[in-house]
Ligand binder design. Structure first.
Ligand SMILES: [Zn+2]
Length: 246
């Protein structure tokens, strides 16, 4: 479908989040130390929280990456509900979001998510972690390679790197930029949540990179843009239909 409803036209507002996204994810942020979620009735009017909720609703209903991931999680027995599995909160620093595996909840940083396109990418990124959490016994806390694998997949499949990739390809012709971007982002995401050296994070990413970069589930391909994501969603629905007819 032409004219994706969740993408703004070109301009400063659309470009702004690109500088922010390299720290866009926290897996297991220390939420208790950051205060309680803002869920009060009055505070939800005309606030970052209300805007966050509205953008989240639009993302869940219209974004093809997200719709595919929600279908895939439901198919895997982990149906996602907006009320139960998402929380709009203020976050420290310039973090955009996180996946709290201890309560299976995605945190959306209402003070840092700037527009609908940014919300789409954050929700997609965190849903990939949630999908990995659902389908596999991920040892997030003690196995750095498990975390590294999910960060590689999230950076590769969420579109975090694809938008930049297109810009770079257009302007500089860097064919390997996508892989470099995925690797760099995965390392930065790990460093944001683990008190380890850059060398240790790089080693973990390099050890898992090939297999995790080539694991495209549930997309079946790298969805470089929303059109690819729509095709992937259609294919997934057909796959689902096929299985359900057996
Ligand atoms: Zn992440």
């Amino acid at each position: 479908m032409a004219g994706a409803p969740d993408e703004r036209g070109p301009g400063p507002a659309a470009r702004e989040p690109l500088q922010q996204q390299h720290v866009g994810c926290q897996v297991f942020p220390e939420r208790l130390a950051q205060g309680k979620p803002q869920q009060g009735f009055l505070s939800s009017f005309f606030t970052d929280n209300q805007k966050c909720q509205l953008m989240l609703l639009k993302t869940l209903e219209t974004n093809p990456y997200v719709k595919l991931l929600l279908d895939a999680m439901k198919h895997s027995g982990c149906a996602v509900s907006k009320e139960r599995h998402f929380s709009c909160e203020d976050c420290n620093g310039n973090v955009s979001g996180g996946f709290d595996a201890s309560v299976s909840q995605i945190v959306l940083c209402q003070n840092n998510i700037r527009n609908q396109a940014h919300m789409n990418r954050v929700v997609t990124h965190e849903l990939i972690h949630a999908f990995d959490h659902c389908r596999a016994h991920v040892d997030w806390f003690t196995n750095i390679r498990h975390l590294a694998c999910s960060e590689v997949r999230a950076a590769n499949l969420s579109g975090d790197c694809s938008l930049l990739n297109e810009i770079f390809r257009l302007h500089f012709g860097l064919k390997q930029h996508h892989q470099t971007c995925v690797r760099d982002r995965a390392i930065l995401s790990i460093l944001a949540v683990r008190n380890i050296s850059r060398e240790v994070a790089q080693k973990a990413v390099d050890e898992v990179f090939e297999s995790c970069f080539n694991d495209h589930e549930p997309f079946g391909r790298i969805p470089h843009n929303q059109t690819y994501a729509r095709y992937a969603h259609r294919d997934f629905q057909n796959r689902d239909r096929y299985y359900s007819n057996i």
